[in-house]
Design a protein around this ligand. Structure first.
Ligand code: HPA
Length: 279
């Protein structure tokens, strides 16, 4: 199991690659990695060169940590992430969040590609996550299980304010100013890799989920455990299919394609939030 020693070793490799000191972390999901290409003075560190960092085998996840400046802040952006369905443990795939903390990052902005469950959501829409339903976490696949290292965080983590209200309000303000439609809603995390059946989608809708995906929630748990502030957005890459009479099938290509519309919207929101960032 990863320990503080492993976090320091990984962080040291990153610190040797750049003198920049990031204070904000970004995690860029499927098809959203190009947001990191807009960073100024960027240094690109392949995940393979960082000890313990999980690499993704999924197309659309570039596999680099990019450090540079965005809207006046120094940020460390993960271009792609590893997933539980690739065979990693929850602890392994949340290692990068621990490293961000070790680097001195106090705020993380997480993004994901997600299916739209709320009937009002369209492909290309962005949803600010205000809360989540974490199915894997609720039934035992929780990265905080096992012995708790008190130096990293508390045993029992409260999640009533997991998604920082001040940051959410800033994002809503920025979106309004730029006339970007921005939903606020509940993200549902599942383990994947199969997409949901129509019956599962109807069930999730009944339970109050607005988007569904295969990431993010476990990262939020670790970030909150580590005392970091969290903001997160879903990019709606496909409309979840809720009837067996549909002729469509969700596929990874449409998920990646929709990223092209979502990235500029996310970039604008993020830049606006970073500019007004509470210091
Ligand atoms: N379901 C689960 N994960 C996803 C989806 C979806 O429809 N779209 C993108 N990631």
């Amino acid at each position: 199991m990863n320990s503080q020693k492993d976090f320091v070793a990984a962080a040291d490799v990153i610190r040797k690659s750049t003198s920049q000191k990031p204070t904000v972390g970004l995690v860029l999901g499927s098809g959203l990695g190009s947001l990191a290409d807009t960073l100024l003075d960027r240094v690109v560190i392949p995940y393979e060169s960082i000890p313990g960092w999980p690499t993704s085998t999924v197309f659309g996840h570039q596999g680099n940590l990019v450090i540079g400046r965005l809207a006046g802040q120094t940020v460390a952006a993960q271009q792609g992430r590893a997933h539980f369905y690739e065979g990693y443990t929850m602890r392994e795939i949340t290692f990068p969040i621990r490293i961000m903390k070790e680097l001195g990052i106090g705020t993380v902005f997480l993004t994901n590609a997600a299916g739209g469950i709320n009937p009002a959501y369209k492909v290309g829409d962005v949803m600010l996550i205000e809360d989540h339903i974490n199915f894997p976490g609720m039934v035992g696949a929780n990265p905080l299980m096992g012995p708790n290292d008190e130096s990293l965080g508390e045993r029992f983590v409260g999640l009533a304010q997991a998604y920082d209200r001040e940051l959410r309000n800033l994002a809503i303000e920025v979106a309004r100013e730029h006339a970007i439609p921005l939903h606020s809603g509940v993200y549902c995390a599942l383990s994947g890799p199969s997409f949901e059946t129509p019956a599962e989608i109807r069930m999730l809708r009944t339970l109050g989920a607005d988007t569904v995906g295969m990431s993010t929630a476990h990262e939020v748990l670790v970030a909150r455990h580590a005392g970091m502030r969290v903001m997160a957005c879903s990019g709606v890459t496909n409309v979840a299919i809720d009837t067996v009479d549909s002729d469509f099938e969700t596929n990874h290509e449409e998920v990646l394609e929709a990223g092209k519309v979502i990235v500029p919207r996310l970039t604008t929101i993020l830049q606006g939030v970073l500019k007004r960032f509470p210091t």
